[in-house]
Design a protein around this ligand. Sequence first.
Ligand code: HEC
Length: 204
Amino acid sequence: MSDHQDMNNDSNNSHDNRSEYRADTVMEHEYDGIQEFDNKLPNWWLWLMWGSMAFALIYWLVFHTLEIRNLPHADFETEMRLADEAMFERMKDNPVTNESLMALVEMPAKMTEGRDLFVKFCVACHLDDGRGLVGPNLTDGVWVHGCQPTDLYKIVSDGVASKGMPSWTNQLGPSGVQTVVSYVMTLRNTNVTGKAPEGEPCSF
Ligand code: HEC
């Protein structure tokens, strides 16, 4: 076969292939004068469509329905929490300072824990948002025993037996006291209307 004939055959073949798509069958329906060809979609397109549908289904099952794997965001949160816990563990042996208590405020997991402790043990006397009932308003800028983080730590650890503020060291342990105190620090200056201010104005 000569080169010339080969070329002819090739062009005939490609012509045949294309004619598969050219054999346009017009489908029966017609909407607003628009008709549709019944053509075979290219394989790459079909692979892409079925592939993405399969991917979506597997993704949905694995991450949402069966929850075999965590979503990346949840993984990130867990890692952050573990890192915070590890840091808290290291801090436990050091003396409690304003800075160490301030550092807890930056740990979302500690704040949740602190809020839970507050709701469980403190709201009876300080009310839900800390606006005060038996105990003083913790949201104003006025404090009986000082407003520095270590002042709060001392009063919550030791209590004021004569005034009815219990000591919490035995019940919560030093780390529990630190956690709840760091939460109380976030209430300072939120100024919820409640019990009238008691003590000295304090700037922080
Ligand atoms: C049984 C009631 C009661 C409970 C429960 C209670 N407190 Fe108090 N709290 C008081 C009273 C009363 C005072 C005021 C003490 C004083 O005037 O010397 C006070 C004072 C305080 C102060 C100092 C306020 C200031 O103005 O200096 C802080 C901080 C505090 N409480 C935090 C807490 C935390 C945190 C908890 C929970 C772990 C808690 N309290 C649970 C009654 C309570």
